[in-house]
Ligand binder design. Structure first.
Ligand SMILES: [Zn+2]
Ligand SMILES: [Zn+2]
Length: 571
């Protein structure tokens, strides 16, 4: 882990502990500083050595002191004291959805609960429902939260894994014995969560490649080591498998280890029907066992009479049948995307200034970004009222005057209220370039109510897209119940888009629902929902969801040039 990441982790923990204690002011200060340092371009150690810690926005005297102590000694007494002042299992319990600081303190003082296991015991023996303010429903919710938490523990978010993967790929390509590097498994299919990593190298000298692999700096444990394969642990619990194969089998091995299992079973069955045998070494003609393909994946699909199937599609959702007919979609490409349609700034709960966003986006090669801060009723996120929004619009116009080949769009993430109305009037919405409408509360009000709220928002003539349309948080919160067919129908009618929110733990709409939206003729907008500069880099994650959902360039609004986009959103 880099020093920046380590410092950020400590500040995050301090922020979380203050939240548990119910001290929201210092909590917010530490969390913001943590975000800042996480996305800082410079190395925090060199910033410290120049004596410039407090130049970082959001880093005051006491935060700077904590950073200094950590960089000098590797410890942090502030964090230590906080940890000691709280019940030992408080942080573990915070990981449960719907369990807040107050509940944790209550569980501790009244039931002596300090861990998830103890909480489960207490709930199962009916103790939780007897607490004041609790009841059978909260007991059920507690048990559900524990079950979800346990089910989610074993997988990593794709967005967390990809940087590690790129790092390993880069490291392995610098090995003299390695001719080619790629990776397989669900990560190559860009599935939203990933269990372990499969690295594949083409090499004539497997043993050398394995030696190189296990001496990677990030390795914490070597589980196994053979002449052509090895398994290691990186960090605390990420398992990484390496396989070294001869170059002439590389394509076959890549195909085999990319999966999915269901896709491969179907492909092997097809091979048999056509008189072939397909395995990780190649594609063989049955009658004389002659190898007819294997060096590349393309030749394998081709020999079987199929169009090449992109990894993101290999889920046995009709892709093999379509490849046979030559009717696979021409998927939207990662480089097709020209802008980001949902970004927060320091005007609400983001920590990036408008000019930093413009600069960061241009560095990523983007042509536009829609600034969509929260609206008035999200007080906790410092939502904008009409007066501040007008002020922000002016600031954006001023900035745009000095920008060339790039533009900030005046937008908002307007909050959909319980009755389906908004907390801002049409008077101001009509003057914006891009309006994201999202639900942020009342998730438990049932399918009919949630569907009605979304449809009512869709009927507002100034709405461009629906933000994070199902509200799910991967491994943390189930989607709220909503009749998406009805919602897509209304959206198609009103020509409102649906968002793919590209935050690693949202990816909402998901792949399957994207396909549903496309089949209803609803366009998709992709937004990173970035609150920090580093999060602008999540845009490709949104594209991966679109690709897994069979979307083409024409289905994704972000691929439009700015003028075309304006035409599209002025319905
Ligand atoms: Zn939102
Ligand atoms: Zn947002």
């Amino acid at each position: 882990m880099s020093a920046n990441a380590e410092v950020a982790r400590i500040l995050y923990e301090i922020g979380e502990l203050y939240a548990i204690k119910g001290e929201s002011f210092p909590s917010r200060a530490y969390l913001i500083a943590a975000q800042r340092i996480e996305s800082l371009q410079d190395d925090i150690r060199s910033v410290y050595e120049k004596g410039e810690l407090q130049v970082i926005p959001g880093v005051g005297k006491s935060i700077a002191a904590a950073i200094e102590e950590f960089l000098e000694s590797g410890g942090c007494s502030h964090l230590q004291k906080l940890r000691e002042s709280l019940p030992s299992g408080a942080q573990e319990l915070m990981a449960l959805e719907g369990i807040g600081p107050k509940t944790i303190m209550k569980l501790f003082y009244e039931l002596k609960v300090t861990s998830i296991d103890q909480l489960e015991k207490a709930a199962r023996s009916g103790k939780v429902r007897k607490l004041k303010g609790f009841g059978p429903i909260s007991e059920k919710n507690v048990l559900q939260a524990i079950e979800d938490y346990r089910g989610f523990q074993k997988r990593f978010l794709l967005g967390q894994i990809l940087p590690v993967l790129r790092e390993i790929e880069e490291y392995m390509s610098s090995c003299g014995a390695v001719l080619r590097v790629d990776f397989g498994g669900s990560a190559r299919r860009m599935k939203e969560t990933v269990g372990d990593l499969d690295i594949l190298v083409a090499s004539e000298k497997g043993e050398e490649a394995v030696e190189y692999f296990i001496s990677m700096p990030r390795v914490t444990r070597v589980i196994s080591k053979g002449s052509t394969r090895s398994t290691i642990i990186v960090g605390s619990n990420l398992q990484v498998d390496l396989r070294a194969v001869p170059p002439e089998s590389f394509g076959a091995a890549l195909q085999y280890f990319t999966g999915s299992k269901e896709h491969n079973i179907k492909l092997r069955t097809l091979a048999v029907k056509l008189g072939y045998k397909l395995n990780e070494y190649g594609l063989f003609r049955r009658k004389d066992d002659k190898k007819v393909a294997g060096e590349t994946e393309e030749t394998i699909y081709q020999t079987l009479g199929l169009e090449y199937v992109e990894p993101e599609l290999r889920e046995d959702r009709g892709e093999i049948e379509a490849a046979m007919k030559g009717s696979l979609p021409n998927l939207v490409k990662y480089g097709d995307v020209r802008g980001d349609l949902h970004v927060h700034s320091s005007w609400s709960d983001g920590n990036i200034e408008l000019d930093e966003i413009a600069e960061g986006a241009q560095q990523l090669g983007l042509e536009y970004i829609a600034i969509c801060d929260h609206s008035r009723s999200l007080g906790i996120a410092r939502g904008l009222d009409e007066k501040r929004l007008r002020k922000q619009m002016k600031a954006i116009e001023k900035l745009n005057r000095n920008l060339e080949g790039f533009m900030l769009l005046k937008g908002i993430e307007v909050n959909i209220m319980a009755d389906g109305g908004f907390d801002l009037s049409n008077d101001i919405l009509k003057d914006l370039d891009f309006v994201v409408a999202s639900i942020h509360s009342g998730f438990k009000s049932g399918m009919k109510k949630m569907t009605d709220r979304l449809i009512s928002a869709i009927h507002n003539e100034y709405v461009s897209t629906i933000g994070h349309p199902t509200g799910r948080l991967i491994q943390r919160r189930q989607p709220y119940p909503v009749d998406l067919k009805k919602v897509f129908g209304a959206a198609a009618d009103q020509r409102v888009m649906m968002e793919i929110n590209a935050l690693p733990n949202r990816l909402d709409l998901n792949d399957v629902n994207c396909k549903g939206a496309m089949e209803h003729d609803v366009s998709i907008s992709i937004g990173t929902d970035a609150h920090a500069l580093g999060q602008l880099r999540y845009l490709p994650l949104g594209v991966s969801v679109a690709r897994r959902g069979w979307l083409q360039t024409k289905d994704v609004a972000n691929t439009l040039r700015i003028r075309e986009l304006f035409r599209k959103v002025s319905r």
